[in-house]
Design a protein around this ligand. Structure first.
Ligand code: DNO
Length: 393
């Protein structure tokens, strides 16, 4: 596997020189300063590409070229936005950056309720608490009929929480769910936006009446339009699974499990229409057997996120060590190394540890935590390469 690292551009406090020192080969990044929906010019792309290459690295993967909301809900301006998307793809193709990660999650990308969940060893990790999430949905967002989406046990706990939760905790919840996890990945809401909750409600309303089938048909429409260009330039598109892989806040989600992944690759049967195998997102869905998914979809996987989670008995989930948990990363390395030893992989979501704590890194993107995970994965990859070489597997 090619060892890559998500780097947030020139303002990232983790430098490319530091990444070379820890053995990184390829960079995963985006033109983060260009607003969602606008064209990535050839000049801007080449500029960043040379900056990366001047440090002895390569720009391996774009994560993400964001898909605008109107493409997802099928708004009047979707064709213009798809035209812009295609122009950006053509420019990436001309510049030779040919693996592009994207997602098709309506309104909200990845979801957590706690970005600093303390672990017994003194480190912090990311956490999803179903009761706090339901509290946000029912009592803060006040989404009509939201309580229908939760079990009686969860609703009872939400009721109890509503008597004890403080204003600070409520604000943190809003900040975590719709601001801090979204802004840095070119999401819909960013730090400093006024009245994020009402902004969020407005976005949700765009999806009134949009069913799972409709969202699928909008995705197919998008894929049918971009695939000829991907073919011409050899661009591998890879859709990121929904995190967590299930419907949330009344929004459909369509990249959740084996059936969805199969539907996507069948929607336009072209090798350029592929998957980002994010073991972390997939493992947080109890329906998913992650190694089985890897075996089934390795042939269409263009990019891998090595990360793992554990689902707790109360339905919450937590990031697991990269060597443990439902992601079964050791098995995945075996599957993917055999499939294609050139596949780019990045470790995803490290813990906050040592002097990561006060650096203000984007949530999940610590330095030491990710470096530890990278070291662990490198060890696994070395063992697997040795197994393959000596025909042990
Ligand atoms: C979070 C990430 C996602 C991912 C996008 C890809 O840490 O895994 O935000 O980058 O969904 O489009």
């Amino acid at each position: 596997m090619e060892k890559t690292w998500r780097w947030f551009g020139r303002t990232d406090r983790i430098t490319l020189d530091a990444l070379r020192q820890i053995g990184i080969q390829g960079i995963v990044t985006a033109l983060h300063h260009i607003p969602n929906g606008q064209i990535w010019s050839l000049e801007e792309i080449e500029n960043l590409k040379s900056f990366i290459e001047n440090s002895g690295l390569r720009w391996s993967v774009v994560e993400s070229l964001p898909v605008s909301e109107a493409i997802k809900y099928g708004g009047d301006d979707r064709d213009i936005l798809i035209d812009n998307y295609i122009t950006s793809l053509e420019n990436l193709g001309r510049a030779g950056v040919k693996t592009v990660c994207y997602n098709f999650m309506p309104v909200i990308d990845w979801i957590r309720t706690d970005l600093r969940h303390p672990l017994p060893d003194g480190t912090n990790t990311l956490y999803f608490d179903i009761v706090r999430f339901a509290y946000f949905d029912i009592n803060i967002l006040k989404r009509p009929n939201a309580s229908k989406d939760y079990s009686p046990e969860v609703l009872e706990k939400v009721e109890r929480l509503s008597h004890t939760i403080t204003t600070v905790e409520k604000n943190n919840l809003i900040d975590t769910i719709i601001v801090k996890t979204q802004g840095f990945i070119n999401g819909n809401i960013k730090e400093g936006d006024n009245a994020p909750v009402s902004l969020f409600r407005k976005l949700l309303s765009k999806y009134d009446g949009i069913s799972r089938e409709q969202l699928r048909s909008n995705m197919k429409y998008f894929l049918e339009r971009i695939m000829p260009v991907c073919n011409r330039y050899g661009i591998k598109m890879c859709v990121h699974p929904d995190d967590p892989p299930r419907a949330v806040l009344g929004l459909p989600r369509i990249v959740t499990d084996a059936e969805d992944l199969q539907w996507i690759i069948d929607a336009v049967d072209d090798p350029h229409n592929g998957i980002t195998f994010c073991a972390g997102s997939l493992s947080s869905g109890s329906q998913n057997d992650v190694p089985a998914l890897a075996r089934r979809f390795a042939h269409r996987t263009h990019f891998i996120h090595l990360r793992s989670t554990d689902i707790l008995s109360n339905g919450n989930f937590i990031e697991a060590s990269h060597l443990e948990g439902r992601g079964h990363l050791i098995q995945l390395v075996r599957i993917f190394e055999k499939q294609n030893p050139e596949l780019p992989m990045r470790v995803d979501h490290g813990k906050l540890m040592l002097d990561d704590m006060d650096k203000g890194y984007n949530p999940g993107y610590s330095f030491h935590g990710r470096m530890l995970a990278l070291g662990q994965m490198e060890g696994v990859i070395a063992v697997v390469k040795d197994e393959i070489k000596n025909k042990l597997i």
